[in-house]
Design a protein around this ligand. Sequence first.
Ligand code: SF4
Length: 245
Amino acid sequence: MEKEIDINKVVRQHLEMEQFFTGFALKGKDIKSEQQKPEDNMTNAEKAAELEKIADEVNQCRKCSLGSLRTNAVPGEGDSNARIMFVGEGPGADEDAQGRPFVGRAGQLLDKIITAMGLKRSEVFIGNVIKCRPPENRDPRADEIISCLPYLQRQIEIINPEIIVALGAPAAKTLLNTNKSIGQLRGLFHEYYAGLGRPPIKLMPTYHTAYLLRNYSQENRKRVWEDMKKVLAELGLPVPEHGRK
Ligand code: SF4
C-alpha cells in the first residue's frame, strides 16, 4: 500500500509540474474555452493515420526499462473516432504475447460487457496507461508511467472520445491525477482535461475486469453494470433492461 501511494504521489507531482509549465492540465475546472481544437477538423482517415504513427513509435520505444523486457508492445486498438475509450493499467501475459490489449480472460469479460452494452469491440478504443508489460505483472513504477503516459495522452487527444472509462484504480488515479480509491471514484462522472483550450472529457472509473474476475460477486458485477448504464445514458444510447448477471 505504501508503495502504491508513493508511486501515485510521484506521478501526481510530475503531472502538476507539466501542467504548470506547459498548460497541459489533467485536472481543474478553471480552464474553459470555446476554442476548437485541431483534432476536430481531422477526418477519420487522418486520425487513424496519426494513431498508426503513435503505434509505430510505441513499437520502437525503449524510453523505459520495460521496452527491453517485453515480447510485444501493446499500443491499443479500436475505432479512431470512438465515442468511448476503455483504459486499463497495462498489458498482461496474453497481451504481451499478442501485442493486443485486453485479449486474456479479463479481455474476454470486457468484450462481454461491451456486447451487453449493445456495442461492438470495433466501435470503441481500448488501451492502457503503460504500453509494455511489467515483469511478473508487477505494478508499473512511477518513472515508467511518466515515460509512457504521453502516448495515451496523444491517443486521447486524437480520438477525442465523449467518454473515457478508466478500468481500475491505477488508470483512474493517473488520468484524474488523484489519490482517491476506486471505491470513492467509481459510479460518478469525473473530468479529464486534455489541455488548454480543450473542453473536458467525461471519465467514468469502474472496476478493472481482472479485479471483477477475482471478486466475481453479484454485487461487484452489478456495480460495473450500473456504471456502464450511466455511460450509455450519457451518450444517449439505449440502456438494455438487463445487463451482465
Ligand atoms: S512502457 Fe511505454 S515508455 Fe516504456 S518502453 Fe514501453 S512504450 Fe516505451
